[in-house]
Design a protein around this ligand. Sequence first.
Ligand code: NI
Length: 165
Amino acid sequence: MTDTFDRSLLEALLDSWDRNNTILVNLLHALPPGGLEVRAMAGSPTVAEMLTHMHFVRLVFVQEDAPELARELPEREWVPERDSSRIARMLHESSRAVRDAVQGRLAAGRSMDLHYDHPVLLLQHMIWHEGYHHGQIKLALELAGCALSDETAGPLTWGVWMRKT
Ligand code: NI
């Protein structure tokens, strides 16, 4: 494999991670009024709690796998945060942390400390995890009678994945 190929492959992988975060933040900003407090059923986490959980999980994995690039962990994992701009800032910060951890370990030619056979798997794992919760958030909104229409959600989510420049 040539260096050029390696670099463009890495750029595409990091781009996929950036798109994943853009989609999550788009979903956050598209929530209807009161959407952060919605939950699928009694005992399930609220939308806000799922979003802050994703932020926390990202940072924990960075701490466990590339501690030299760790950032401060929030005190709590499932936080019923009501300020969506605050959640957006958190997601941007932890997205950057994951990106830096993967890029840092690849550049250093080092594997991750605790999980994964390859640093790129951290990205893939987080994308999978967040797609899982994305579906849960959409379902919770639907059950609460405030579903996002396909016309609203489509361009903010699937459209971001498939955008071709
Ligand atoms: Ni989870």
